[in-house]
Design a binder for this molecule. Sequence first.
Ligand code: BTN
Length: 275
Amino acid sequence: MIVNRRVQVSLKASTRFGEVREFASIDSTNRWVAVAAANGAQEGLVAVADYQSAGRGRLGRAWEAPAGASLMASILLRPDLAPSRLGLVTNAVALAAVDACWEIAGVRPGLKWPNDLMVGEAKLAGILAESAGGAGAGASGSSGSGKGAGSTGGAGPRAVVVGIGLNVTAAPPGAACLAGISSAANAGASIDRGELLGALLMGLEARYGHWEAVAEEYRAACVTVGRRVRVTRAAGDLVGVAREVDDDGRLVVVDDDGATHKVSVGDVVHVRPSQ
Ligand code: BTN
């Protein structure tokens, strides 16, 4: 069992996330929740797995983790938001995940645009949002990249599946895991993935629907702002300074010639001033 009875009861009592399905092994929790959404599942359905054989990452990458070593969960949401603002849903999940890491493991990660949880320059967790209609992954980049996420995916409007992979006891080379940095006593043995998920879902419930506050909180938490960045985009690499996150969640980057670029989707690397 990943989520213990006490956490299950409190999620049922005080959040929309009362139905948590657990899998010892599955191809991808995001895929499973998307199928459930297409079949009319309600907002709030959550899937969590010990192991994924075909975990999906952003920008078409794979997401791999040893069995039991990370929190891998997907959440079905049907937010009442314009497609251009769907990235706020992902921002809310990221902010809730930061708080959960603090509450359960005594670690406060930073948020690298769009939604990576970082400890210094090492990635601790990634988030992938996908439209449940299957045609495109419209909500996966950032706010403002809602193209394709307007599909209904079964009952109700705009089903969005938000999946998180958070390294708990192991991480790929160059990445971070909670157990390696936690200040909690006996962290390696005691960081409970169910407690982490419970705290995350509580934090998401508290933010859900309060989209202006989410936008403000995200801007304050995003450690990319003010940094020199390299952005890998379909249109080619861009190097410059990240000045702000705009109202549509785009990263505003000023390049070395002084030109301003608004980035909706891309891979960002923080670079040193000389690079
Ligand atoms: C990223 O590339 O940074 C996002 C990774 C998201 C991985 C999670 S693990 C649970 C959920 N199911 C998937 O197939 N992917 C997400």
